[in-house]
Design a protein around this ligand. Structure first.
Ligand code: CMC
Length: 428
């Protein structure tokens, strides 16, 4: 029998079913509340609202736990590859050998983009932010692939997913090449997924380029760590936009825009800019932490704090370790890394951060790695988007398979003017 909670509203008592998740988390099902009582619930920022039931990713923010389809991130990060994770998230299981082979081959077959899309990049200013270029280019994919736009057709779903995963690195790298005025480099299908991306970013037609395995592995790890994070801002955007039954390309384009903001994925670019500012202005870590605490200053300690994690972000721990390893293997000494470590040490001992449970998040150290391997800071969030893509797709697919599917449509409490007459222009 379903457990129920009772809610008293004046002299009326309503029963609300309690939904229990597989990890024991509990939710009040209020879906019939308005029909029965006329009341809605109000929860700005959705801090306390479950928008769906999902079987993809589990987070325990108090304990610092993250699992994709039940498998701890610590195990996946060390042992698997990004394409395997994409399969795990989207299909629900790690692929068997043959499944993986055919998935990888299909992704490889779709890495090129239509030649006409080169002209599309040519129309953008050189300093166009790669996130703007990527969201526009991904949206434009729908115009090139009218044969895969139906979110309820299995064949359309499969091919649009494979196209999306295969082409995003190409679109992102083309945005970068356009910004520096270099020729576009085509994907190299003999290379791994991150290897081909590095080739498109850093090779040019005049010189030989060999993918550095240390960098290739680091990018793969970062993609894995970003691959999903349940109902964050961009994933919720993807679910909401997707619920209108629009195609996958338009949906992912919206997700990319949501991710761009500095409070979400854009924080990785903001972190490196903050570290560079501290270095260039000769500030101390303590100066900056005081600034981030001050109510008179709008600066925040970027890369710190999280809506869900009130403990260490497990991804940040893995990235910090990888950061030292990668820089060490590359023989790079990074002043920015030194500053990041100093800031972290100061903040973790500071009462302001302790009382508010503010810990380093996924974005705090990732930029230092991207920076050390020569990625310009405005490309960091595009890399986050490449990583998050399988998560967005998995949620989009789950939404469309959900028996309780409905268009997303929140309500509001209206606080504007009550009814009043129209005053003609000449009388105003
Ligand atoms: N530096 C200084 N103070 C902070 C910070 C920070 N990074 N983060 C939160 N606070 C303070 C905030 O001022 C507030 O203080 P008070 O209670 O005195 O008003 C309190 O902590 C709670 O903050 P909030 O903004 O209400 O918390 P939230 O859960 O709505 O926001 C957050 C979460 C991630 C937007 C926020 O911590 C933040 O802005 N962090 C910096 C940006 C960042 O690193 N974003 C990446 C998040 S992880 C990856 C991703 O999602 O893409």
């Amino acid at each position: 029998m379903t457990e129920k909670a009772e809610l008293r509203l004046g002299d009326k008592t309503v029963e609300l079913p309690i939904v229990v998740g597989t990890e024991g988390e509990r939710a009040l099902d209020i879906s019939k509340l308005r029909g029965e009582t006329g009341y809605i619930t109000l929860d700005p920022g959705y801090a306390n609202t479950g928008s769906c039931s999902s079987a993809i990713t589990f987070i325990d923010g108090e304990k610092g736990i993250l699992r994709y389809r039940g498998i701890p991130i610590e195990d996946l990060a060390g042992k698997s590859t990004f394409l395997e994770i994409a399969h795990l998230l989207i299909e629900g299981e790690l692929p068997k050998k043959e499944e993986f082979h055919s998935f990888r081959e299909s992704i490889r077959r779709h890495t090129m983009i239509h030649e006409d899309m080169k002209a599309f990049y040519g129309a953008l200013p050189k300093d166009a932010h790669p996130m703007a270029a990527c969201s526009a280019a991904v949206g434009a994919l729908s115009t090139f692939y009218p044969d895969s736009l139906d979110p309820r057709d299995d064949r359309h779903i499969e091919i649009s997913i494979h196209r999306m995963i295969a082409k995003l690195p190409t679109l992102a790298a083309f945005a970068y090449k356009h910004s520096i005025g270099q020729p576009f480099m085509y994907p190299r299908n003999s290379l791994s997924y991150p290897g081909s991306f590095l080739h498109m970013m850093f090779s040019n037609p005049c010189e030989d380029y060999e993918v550095d395995p240390v960098i290739e592995k680091a990018i793969d790890l970062l993609l894995i760590l970003h691959a999903d994070h349940e109902q964050n801002c961009s994933t919720s955007t993807v679910r909401l936009v997707g619920s209108s039954m629009v195609n996958l390309f338009a949906t992912v384009s919206a997700g990319i825009n949501a991710l761009w903001g500095p409070l979400h994925g854009g924080a990785n670019q903001a972190v490196i800019e903050m570290l560079a500012q501290i270095r260039d202005e000769g500030l101390t870590g303590r100066d900056f932490v005081e600034r981030a605490k001050s109510k008179d200053d709008t600066s925040r300690l970027m890369g710190f704090g999280h809506r869900v994690y009130k403990n260490f972000d497990p991804r940040a721990k893995i990235i910090k370790k990888a950061c030292f390893e990668v820089l060490n293997k590359m023989g790079v000494h990074s002043k920015l890394l030194e500053i990041a470590v100093e800031l972290e040490e100061i903040a973790l001992k500071d009462d302001y951060f302790i009382e508010r449970n503010l810990y380093p998040n996924v974005d705090f150290y990732s930029g230092v790695i991207y920076n050390a391997i020569g990625t310009p800071s405005n490309m960091f969030t595009a890399l986050f988007a490449m990583g998050r893509l399988p998560g967005w797709i998995a949620h989009w697919a789950e939404l469309h398979r959900d028996e309780t599917f409905k268009i997303g449509r929140p309500r509001q409490v209206y606080i504007g003017n009550t009814v009043r007459p129209y005053t003609p222009l000449e009388k105003r």
